[in-house]
Design a protein around this ligand. Sequence first.
Ligand code: HPA
Length: 239
Amino acid sequence: MTPHNEAKLGDYADTVLLPGDPLRAKWIAENFLADVKQVNGVRNCLGYTGLWKGKPISVQATGMGQPSCAIYVHELLDVYKVKNLIRVGTCGGLHEKVKIRDVIIAISAATDSSMNDKFAPYHYAPFANFELLSKAAELSKKRKYTTHVASVVSSDVFYVPDGANSYGDLPNHGVLAVEMEASAIYTLAAQFDARALCICTMTDCLVSGDQIDAHQRQTSLTQMVELALDTANEAEPSS
Ligand code: HPA
C-alpha cells in the first residue's frame, strides 16, 4: 500500500499506539491484545491490530526520531485514515522534580527539528489532544502513578554534549523531559485533523544520571501501555 507499509486499507483500527521499538510493538501485541494479526512487517517496523477489552486497536512501531516517526504517522493518517495516535515511549528527565518511573503526559512539544518549518510557520506550538490528555491524566492519577502533565522537547540529538544543560533554560519553562518524536506526531495530527497524545515513562535522568533498572522498566512499561490502551477506549471525541 505504501513504500513503508504493506497493510491493506481497513487493516488498522481507528486508534494506533506508537512505540518507537518494533520489538516493543510485538510485545504489546502479544501480551495485551486479543485476536492479534500482524499488519505490517516492511523493514521489520512491525504493526499489529487486535482487541483491547473487546475494542479494536492497533500498534505500529515508528523507529527512533522525527523523520522516521513522521513517515509512519503521515501514512497512518493520510492513507489509512487513522483517527487517534497515542505514543508510548520513554524520555529523559530534565528537571529534578521528575523522578525515574514518573509518567510524563506531554501537553505540548518544543523541538530543535526543522521539520515543522515545512508545514507550519510562526514557531508553531505542537499540542496534544485535550480529550486524550485529560483522560490519560485522570486515569494515571487514579492509579496513583506520579504524573506530570508537562511540556517535552522532541530532540533530534540523543547524545547531547552537556546533559540537561544542553537544553538551556527549557526546564525552567515547563519543559520537564526530552524524547524524540512527540513534536512531529502532534504537528501531523493537527494537519490531518486527528487526535494525538504522547505518554512517556522517565527512564534516565539527565540531571542526576539516575537510570531505570530492568525490573522497574518492565513494570513501568506495562503500566504505561495499560494506561494508553484504557485512554484509547475511554476518551470519547467531543463531537
Ligand atoms: N534523550 C532523548 N530521548 C530519550 C532519552 C534521552 O535522554 N531517554 C529516553 N528517550
